[in-house]
Ligand binder design. Structure first.
Ligand code: PLP
Length: 436
């Protein structure tokens, strides 16, 4: 028995499914998940001493690669000053300044610890600001595990083929309208019918939790226009895309870059993952008049014992400081190289597929070459059974892919030529496994 098998057995006796986040259990691909003990650059090492090229990158945060020396130095220095004070610290403003300097739509920012908290607070804030109850979300978008947004959610909810979650009351579910992604007519219809009651539309800046789906041309801008026309807010969830798809996130890619005149400005944005460089940091930000509805200035309550934690802030500041435009150019190029190689290997093995792309984020969908994946129905209709053999062939060859077809592949600034070579050489056999 391998060490990972022993560790998984032990963990299963202690934790539901042996994990603290469902997709880690390998439910949709089968097998024993390797237990990781260290990471450096583009590599992870498991408890059996096996090394993998990592294409999960902690589900996004490890933009600079694992154990980046400058990030570790900043964290060590902060640790030496103490772990948590429950009082304000200078680093909170350092990180907020970095975020606002890159994303002009952020006039005020509130730090929290997880993406779920960020979207949960954004939803409460939108309701408090507008005095309305209904929230529109799109099927296949994942915004964290808050009750109201689990209906037809992507990520682990999609991986486990759940329609939503037990434990969410009918009354809560009734306050969320779930619409098909990329369907503006459905949004217009919902506002025509219930516009007076809709507090906000929440959308992933570019969906990456039903696999990657590119927003149609002008889709996000139209959401901004429609919400504004009806006195509702647009919550732009950049937890996954923020500071990963570019210097100013996905909004930056689509016109919101510093100095550009943006075609639309989201009312609220949520961030997570890269903003903390691997430590538990997330945030919500946006229009000052809306953000000032938060306590202690306004009537919408939100708080956190560890919000703005100094160690986490130090990791975020160091990560964003080193996430220069050159880093994004590098990751963009690596993403283009890898996605082209995956497509080539699958085509050579006769596997029908589409590369799903939004900026430098990509995923692979099977049996979808006719029109790609435009929404959750397309994502669910794909030949997802091809992913498990593909995944395991890559894992056996020492490449750690996301253990679900519904997740994006993540690269980092540390994915050097040797790491890329390793991945590319594993692809032909994996493609053949997918064909079987
Ligand atoms: N929003 C998006 C777009 C996400 O991808 C995620 C997590 O993957 C979340 C919110 C929730 O973030 P967290 O897992 O930190 O609660």
């Amino acid at each position: 028995m391998t060490s990972s098998e022993e560790l998984f057995q032990r963990a299963r006796a202690l934790m539901p499914g042996g994990v603290n986040s469902p997709v880690r259990a390998f439910g949709s691909v089968g097998g024993t998940p390797p237990f990781m003990v260290s990471g450096r650059g583009p590599y992870l090492t498991d408890a059996d001493g096996r090394e993998y090229v990592d294409l999960v990158c902690s589900w996004g945060p490890a933009l600079l690669g694992h154990a980046h020396p400058e990030v570790l130095a900043a964290v060590h220095a902060a640790v030496d000053r103490g772990l948590s004070f429950g009082a304000s610290t200078p680093a909170e403003s350092d990180l907020a300044e970095l975020v606002a300097g890159r994303v002009g739509a952020v006039e005020r920012l509130r730090m929290v610890s997880t993406g779920t908290e960020a979207t949960m607070t954004a939803v409460r804030l939108a309701r408090g600001f507008t005095g309305r109850n209904l929230i529109i979300k799109f099927a296949g978008c994942y915004h964290g595990h808050l009750d109201g947004l689990l209906a037809a959610a992507g990520s682990g909810v999609a991986t486990l083929a759940l329609p939503g979650s037990a434990g969410v009351t009918a009354a809560t579910a009734a306050e969320t309208l779930v619409l098909p992604y990329n369907d503006l007519a459905a949004v217009e219809e919902a506002f025509a019918a219930r516009g007076q009651d809709i507090a906000a539309v929440i959308t992933e800046a570019a969906p990456a939790n039903m696999g990657v789906v590119e927003p149609g041309e002008g889709f996000n801008a139209a959401l901004s226009r429609i919400t504004a026309e009806h006195g509702a807010l647009l919550i732009f969830d950049e937890v996954l895309t923020g500071f990963r798809t570019g210097y100013a996130g996905y909004w930056g890619l689509t016109g919101g870059a510093p100095g550009a005149s943006a075609p639309f400005v989201p009312d609220l944005l949520t961030f997570g993952k890269v903003i903390g460089g691997g430590m538990p940091v997330a945030a919500l930000g946006g229009r000052a008049d809306v953000m000032d509805y938060l306590a202690p200035v306004g009537p919408v309550y939100q708080a956190g014992t560890l919000s703005g934690n100094p160690i986490a802030m130090a990791a975020g500041v160091a990560t964003l400081t080193h996430a220069t435009p050159a880093v994004y150019e590098f990751i963009d190029a690596r993403s283009a190289q890898l996605s082209a190689a995956v497509s080539e290997a699958l085509s050579a093995a006769g596997v029908d597929h589409s590369i799903q792309r939004a900026g430098n984020l990509f995923s692979v969908a099977f049996g979808t070459s006719a029109h790609g994946v435009r929404n959750y129905a397309d994502a669910q209709a794909q030949e997802s059974f091809r992913y498990a053999p593909f995944f395991h062939a890559m894992l056996d060859a020492g490449v750690y892919l996301p253990p679900s077809v519904f997740e994006a592949w993540f690269l980092s600034a540390a994915h050097d030529d040797a790491a890329m070579e390793h991945i590319l050489s594993a692809l032909p056999a994996a493609a053949k496994a997918a064909a079987a």
